[in-house]
Design a protein around this ligand. Structure first.
Ligand code: PEP
Ligand code: MN
Length: 371
C-alpha cells in the first residue's frame, strides 16, 4: 500500500510525526519513506510493506497529512500502474521532460571513436534542432579481442562537445558501477556542460548488483534495456530493482529478442510491447530500431527496415528512439553496418514526425469511440 502525502508535508511537523507514530504501531507492517524533491514542491510517499491486506484504504485516508492511498494489487510496486493510481508517468532531467506522452530522438554514435566523428555527429544534431544523443564509451562486446570503447578517457571531450552543440542529455551505457563514478567525475571536471542518461544494456538487465548500484544514485536517470532472452515480466522486475533502491527516473527500452525466428533481422523486433509496458508501468518506453534490425536493408518501397520498425514503434506510442548514426559508417569501430548516415538524419526525423502525428490522430480517434 502507498500513502501519498499532501505536497510539501513538513517532516518535522506534528501531523507528520503523528502519522509516523501511528504507522509504527501497526502490527506486521514496515514502512519506507520516499521523497521526491522537485523544483515546485516536495512529494512524500510512504510504502507500507507486510500484512497490508488487513488495512482499510478509507481508514488510512483519514490519517494526518495523507492525501491519497493506493492499494498495490500487482507487481512492480513503485513503477507499476495500480488501480486509482494517479502518480505521474513522467520526470524531468536537465531541462528535458521524459513522459509516456511525448517523444525524444537519441540519434548518435553506437561507440565513440574519435573527437572528429563526435563533433560531426553533434553538429548535425544541432542543425536539426535535437538536444539528445547516444554516445557509447563502455562497450560490452561478444569477443574479448574486439574494441571495448574508449572508456573514461573520451568523456571530457564528449561532454565538452555536447555542451558546445547544446546537447542536454547523452544516453551512455555503463557496465560497472565504477563507470557511474567516472561519468560523474568527468561531468564535474568539465563543469556539467550536459547531462547523462545511464544505459543498462541487454546483457546486464539482470545484473542485480549493477542495478542496485545504479538505483542508489539519483542524480542521473536510467535507460534499462529489456533482456534479450528473458520474459517481459523479468525485465520489468529488473526496472523495479532500480526504483526500489531509490531511483525512479527510469525509461524502459525495447531492443528486440534473440531468436533466429527474427532472421534476417539481428533480433526479433518486439515493438508490439510498447503499449503493454505503458499499461503495466508508468515508465516512458524507448525503442532501439538499430540493435533490433542490425542492417541497412530496405524494402522495395525504398524505406530502410530500420525506419520501418521505428515508425511501427512510434505509431504504437513509443516515447524515445535510440538510433545509431555515424558520419563515416565504414570507419566505425562498432556496428557500422547498421548505422544511418548523417545526410539521412533529416529524412529520419521527418519520417518519425509522420508516425508520431498518426499516433496522435489514433489517440484522438480512440477517445471519441465507445470502449
Ligand atoms: C547499445 O545500445 O549500444 C547496445 C549495446 O544495446 P543492447 O544492450 O540493446 O545490445
Ligand atoms: Mn551497438
Amino acid at each position: 500500500m502507498i500513502l501519498i502525502l499532501e505536497p510539501n508535508t513538513d517532516p518535522q511537523g506534528v501531523p507528520y510525526q503523528q502519522l509516523i507514530d501511528y504507522l509504527a504501531r501497526l502490527p506486521n507492517i514496515r514502512s519506507r519513506v520516499h521523497q521526491e524533491v522537485g523544483t515546485q514542491q516536495t512529494l512524500t510517499e510512504i510504502y507500507l510493506i507486510g500484512d497490508t491486506a488487513a488495512l482499510s484504504v478509507d481508514d488510512m485516508r483519514t490519517l494526518p497529512t495523507v492525501e491519497r492511498v493506493v492499494r498495490i494489487s500487482q507487481e512492480y510496486r513503485i513503477l507499476g500502474r495500480h488501480r486509482d493510481d494517479a502518480r505521474p508517468s513522467s520526470f524531468e532531467y536537465n531541462g528535458v521532460t521524459f513522459s509516456q506522452d511525448n517523444l525524444h530522438v537519441f540519434a548518435g554514435l553506437c561507440a565513440v571513436d574519435n573527437p572528429e566523428h563526435v563533433e560531426r555527429m553533434l553538429q548535425a544534431l544541432q542543425q536539426h534542432g535535437q538536444v539528445c544523443t547516444r554516445m557509447g564509451a563502455y562497450k560490452p562486446r561478444t569477443s574479448p579481442y574486439a574494441f571495448q570503447g574508449h572508456g573514461k578517457q573520451c568523456l571530457p571531450y564528449v561532454f565538452e562537445l555536447a555542451g558546445k552543440y547544446g546537447i542536454k542529455v547523452i544516453a551512455m551505457e555503463v557496465t560497472h558501477e565504477n563507470h557511474v563514478r567516472e561519468i560523474r567525475d568527468a561531468l564535474e571536471l568539465t563543469g556539467r556542460p550536459t547531462g547523462v542518461l545511464l544505459q543498462i544494456g541487454t546483457r546486464n538487465t539482470q545484473n542485480f548488483e549493477l542495478l542496485k548500484a545504479v538505483g542508489r544514485q539519483q542524480d542521473m536517470p536510467v535507460l534499462l534495456k529489456r533482456g534479450f532472452g528473458i520474459t517481459l515480466e523479468e525485465s520489468l522486475n529488473a526496472a523495479e530493482y532500480l526504483a526500489s533502491e531509490g531511483n525512479r527516473k527510469v525509461i524502459f527500452g525495447l531492443r528486440g529478442m534473440k531468436t533466429n525466428m527474427g532472421d534476417p533481422h539481428r533480433n526479433f523486433v518486439d515493438f508490439a510491447h510498447v503499449p503493454v509496458v505503458k499499461r503495466l508501468t508508468r515508465m516512458p518506453v524507448c525503442i532501439d530500431p538499430s540493435h533490433s534490425v542490425g542492417t541497412r536493408d530496405r524494402g522495395p518501397d525504398g524505406i530502410l527496415d530500420v525506419m520501418h520498425v521505428t515508425a511501427q514503434g512510434v505509431i504504437a506510442g513509443a516515447n524515445m528512439i535510440l538510433v545509431d548514426f555515424h558520419p563515416a559508417p565504414e570507419k566505425a569501430l562498432v556496428d557500422g553496418p547498421q548505422a544511418l548516415r548523417l545526410h539521412e538524419l533529416g529524412v529520419f526525423l521527418q519520417d518519425v514526425a509522420i508516425a508520431r502525428s498518426a499516433y496522435e490522430q489514433r489517440c484522438a480517434l480512440a477517445k471519441q469511440s465507445p470502449q
